[in-house]
Write a protein that binds this ligand. Structure first.
Ligand code: SF4
Length: 79
């Protein structure tokens, strides 16, 4: 599969939820507009990032060893 690897906790939670659903012990899995589990995609990484203060100030890192926002180095946490 292309793209980033799935987080193992998220994958196991989703499979477990689906198994409960198939067994009739859970309601339909809550999905967002892109058919993803809502509880895993309700917010972006950016919303909880400890570098967000730098982002708000427009201070971006030039190298990966900087504590500043990584947006200019390719961070996609806002999507
Ligand atoms: S763009 Fe990336 S590094 Fe910058 S604040 Fe958002 S999530 Fe954090």
């Amino acid at each position: 599969m292309p793209g980033c690897p799935a987080h193992p906790d998220n994958l196991s939670e989703t499979i477990l939820y689906l198994l409960y659903q198939v067994a009739g012990r859970a309601p339909m899995i809550p999905l967002d507009g892109h058919l993803r589990p809502q509880w895993l995609f309700g917010s972006t990484v950016h919303e909880g990032c400890n570098r967000a203060g730098y982002y708000e100030q427009g201070e971006s890192a030039e190298t990966y060893d900087s504590p500043k926002c990584l947006v200019k180095l390719g961070c996609g946490g806002r999507w």
